[in-house]
Design a protein around this ligand. Structure first.
Ligand SMILES: Cc1ncc(COP(=O)(O)O)c(C=O)c1O
Length: 360
């Protein structure tokens, strides 16, 4: 921000939101709701029309056997996750997080006086998920945070990996907090909701958001699906914080639920094009990067610049005017990496790569 204020061109890769605008039918629905005075209190768990549309979507697209009563409408993925941990974690409880992980999760757990235990995703993939989870679990372990596609690594867990995590949760009587914020952005492999596996609906709180799929980050709209006793916890956390989501926003959500699947597929194609350009460019420059199978982030190894990811991010910014996020903020396993978002224009990606090529 300082560089930009001083007039420099900064190639911005540090963001975390869709580059496209919200689709018109969603905006029209919000305007219509205002014109029709749909501006009064809504039930704090969400309007019936939206909960029904969400339950239909969960059954048809996620294979989660949800009824409207299992759904709560919340202010974005964040409020769903907040309520999920509030309903599960007691002081002293431990939660396993595949790491690198999305930064706020550790704070959401700390807010319940719980403890985050980082489980390196690389180790799980190399050694096996069961063995790795067993190495980090204790008798205080209460839950597993399961984010796929993952922010910041772009990892998409395979159906086989999901099944092993599910079996481990059942074996140890753990609850899963599934975060599927990027469910519609999978380029390689397939998205599988862990709550759809046998015996998992009862022990999983799955958090979704309209933010990424429908380019609605600023609207603050999401939903969680869970059974009891978790749903009561989610309801209390929502009722006594925001008392629900703004009513016209929920009517916009009803319109989003009926957006043609072709629109989502078209957006996915746009992201994939950007991923491929950035991935090739970074690897050509010598910043080794695994192919992100989902989400909209690339997470290259920057140890050739500096093992300290804050120093490396500073170097990218000061030498090449390329803004990224240092990997250490995503946990110890993120060190030596930086996060690039490819949710930006192709021109920005190409200009940023060109600047890296010339200045590194
Ligand atoms: C992994 C992950 N989960 C959840 C969210 C929550 O998003 P929101 O609160 O905008 O719905 C984000 C946003 O960046 C995310 O990256």
């Amino acid at each position: 921000m300082e560089l930009r204020a001083a007039g420099a061109t900064v190639y911005q890769f540090e963001g975390g939101e869709p580059f496209m605008p919200t689709p018109e039918p969603i905006k029209d629905a919000m305007k219509r709701a205002l014109d029709e005075n749909k501006t009064r209190y809504a039930p704090s768990s969400g309007i019936t029309e939206l909960r029904e549309a969400i339950a239909d979507k969960l059954r048809s697209r996620n294979n989660i056997p949800a009824q409207p009563n299992d759904v709560i409408v919340v202010n974005g993925g964040m409020q769903g996750l907040f309520g999920a941990f509030q309903s599960i974690v007691n002081p002293g409880d431990e939660v396993l997080l595949f790491s690198p992980y999305w930064t706020p999760i550790k704070d959401l757990i700390a807010h319940c006086q719980g403890r985050s235990v980082l489980v390196p995703t690389d180790e799980a993939r190399a050694v096996g998920f069961e063995q790795t989870l067993a190495r980090y679990a204790t008798e205080r372990t209460r839950a597993i945070y399961y984010n796929t596609p993952q922010n910041p690594s772009g990892v998409v867990f395979t159906p086989e990996e999901a099944k092993v995590v599910a079996a481990f949760a059942q074996d140890r009587d753990l609850v899963i907090v599934a975060d599927e914020a990027y469910e519609d952005l999978v380029y390689d492999g397939q998205h599988l909701s862990i709550a759809s596996l046998a015996g998992m609906f009862e022990r999983t709180i799955t958090c979704f958001t309209f933010s990424k799929s429908y380019a609605m980050t600023g609207w603050r709209l999401g939903y969680a699906v869970a059974t009891e006793p978790w749903m009561t916890g989610l309801k209390k956390a929502t009722l006594y914080s925001s008392n629900g989501v703004s009513t016209p926003t929920q009517w916009a959500g009803v319109a989003a639920m009926s957006i043609d699947a072709k629109v989502l597929a078209e957006a996915r194609g746009q992201y994939q094009l950007r991923r491929d350009i950035l991935l090739k460019g970074l690897n050509d420059i010598g910043l080794h990067c695994e192919r992100p199978a989902g989400a909209f982030y690339a997470f290259p190894d920057v140890s050739r610049i500096n093992n300290d990811s804050r120093e490396a991010a500073d170097a990218l910014l000061n030498r090449a005017q390329v803004a990224t996020v240092p990997g250490i903020v995503f946990g110890a396993q993120g060190e030596s990496h930086v996060r690039f978002s490819f949710s930006t224009s192709i021109e920005t990606i190409e200009a940023g790569l060109d600047s890296l090529r010339r200045n590194l």
